[in-house]
Write a protein that binds this ligand. Structure first.
Ligand code: GLU
Length: 464
């Protein structure tokens, strides 16, 4: 049997990291078993589903490189099939029409509340003759669920969980307006899409028992279930906007690499020894559901940022350059061909010092700026009159120096000695003149990346 998993988000909110991790686990599980991963957009709640949310799901999965093996299925397009299955259950006597009015249902709820019982439908139409149906009331269709026995779920993460059938009422599968309920639609779709493993957030655990009742009524084999714990904020509370439970695409904007985010989300609540830095191939090779813990995990931005820095240092320079150019353009800094080359040339040094692409772009900006550079206050402070006079003399020397690391290094040392200064006392004002800041990769690498003409022009622009 081919393993098939699915990610089934509802486009009622923007895909966030919890959803992304569910998608990742489904993807890795399928690939680990040489199977298939598919996407189903559960857009049956027409009032709350938005096109924007659908787009974030598609773009987010694309960005994270969690590609589905088939075109996405939109649940709303399968309504006729959901109705068909409900009718089949009705025809087999496994479901029945319920003519309860909203008032009757409200009454049942109130009585239950007064008696401190969970609100439950009392099954009053379960065995009633349809000829007693009141005129003008459109019926809902309810599953004729077993009343004895229990549903036993052997969850691949939660272990064995049992619920007595007596604790569940006859759920509605088709509403009186003819639309399928969510619980029913999911079962029909998972069955038709030949899903073998349902991996989803543990907030769906209680739904599962009811869904198993539908599988049983249809005589369908149930898939395996794995309910994974949710991600909480650093304070242990359910993830909310306050914790940055924002669209997954905001992580892209903030400068996280998709492979770093996937790596982080995998390590969050899934363990494999001490392995921390894992690429996609290793993730696929190592991923099993046994490694998923049962406790909720906590989102830790510091850890994510640290991991991102590690991935950044591994990333190809040209890719980082392209990303930086895009970010600079968004900040209204146009990057010409010369600046592109400078950024690429200095990338090995730049990426050592950045933890996010946003930081990388900020630290690259000076390479694309034009004279006169903007100066940070600390850099400005380094450019005293004395320092400017020194820079004037240094410019003369660099004019005749080859722009290689060795030649520059030798020239700067000789210059510092002749001036009776420490090397740092030369390099600091020089860095300020070249970059407008007090931080940059090595001074020789920075000079070389700028090129002699641009470097001299920058020095002379501040030299006295
Ligand atoms: N559509 C549900 C959600 O977004 C998931 C349903 C499922 O995985 O079965 O929470």
């Amino acid at each position: 049997m081919k393993v098939r998993t699915r990610f089934a988000p509802s486009p009622t909110g923007l895909l966030h990291i919890g959803g992304a991790r569910t998608a990742l686990f489904n993807y890795l599980f399928a690939k680990h078993h040489g199977g298939e991963f598919v996407l189903r957009i559960e857009d049956t709640d027409k009032a709350r589903s938005t096109q924007e949310a659908v787009q974030v799901i598609l773009d987010g999965l694309d960005w994270l490189d969690l590609k589905a093996d088939e075109a996405p299925v939109f649940q709303s397009s399968r309504e006729a099939r959901h109705v068909e299955v409900a009718m089949a259950l009705l025809a087999q006597g496994k479901a029945y029409r319920c003519y309860c009015t909203p008032e009757e249902l409200a009454q049942m709820r109130e009585t239950a509340m007064a008696e401190k019982r969970p609100p439950r439908y009392d099954g009053r139409w379960r065995d009633r003759d349809p000829s007693e149906a009141p005129a003008g009331v459109k019926p809902a269709i309810r599953l004729k669920a077993p009343r004895e026995g229990e549903v036993v779920l052997n969850d691949l993460v939660q272990g064995e969980v049992r619920v007595k059938n007596a604790e569940m009422d006859d759920m509605i599968i088709l509403r009186s307006d003819g639309t399928p309920t969510y619980l029913h639609a999911v079962v029909v779709d998972d069955h038709d899409m030949a899903i073998t493993h349902v991996i989803r957030g543990d907030d769906h655990l209680t739904n599962t028992f009811r869904q198993i009742q539908i599988y049983d009524a249809m005589g369908w084999e149930t898939p395996a279930f794995a309910h994974i714990p949710l991600i909480h904020g650093a304070d242990g509370a359910k993830l909310s906007k306050r914790h940055g439970a924002v669209s997954i695409l905001e992580f892209r904007e903030q400068g996280f690499l998709p492979e770093a985010l996937c790596n982080y989300l995998l390590r969050l609540g899934w363990g494999h020894g001490d392995a921390e830095f894992l690429g996609r191939d290793e993730q696929i090779a190592l991923f099993t559901l046994e490694g998923v813990g049962r406790a909720a995990s906590r989102m830790d931005y510091a850890k994510l940022t640290h991991l991102n820095g590690m991935w950044l240092r591994q990333a190809e320079d040209a890719r980082l350059r392209d990303d930086v150019v895009e970010r600079l353009a968004k900040a209204d800094i146009t990057v010409g061909t010369a600046a592109m080359q400078r950024i690429l040339a200095l990338m090995p040094g730049l990426k050592e010092r950045a933890k996010t692409l946003e930081e990388l772009s900020n630290s690259s900006a000076f390479l694309a700026r034009e004279i006169p550079l903007p100066f940070e206050p600390k850099a400005e402070a380094l450019l005293s009159l004395e320092a400017r006079e020194m820079l004037a003399r240094l410019a003369g020397l660099l004019e005749g120096t080859d722009f290689t690391a060795e030649a520059i290094d030798a020239a700067l040392r000789a210059f510092a000695e002749a001036e009776g200064r420490k090397l740092g006392q030369v390099a600091q004002p020089l860095r300020a003149a070249l970059t407008g800041s007090t931080m940059s990769p090595g001074i020789d690498a920075t000079l070389i990346a700028l090129g002699k003409a641009e470097a001299l022009a920058r020095i002379r622009a501040v030299a006295a």
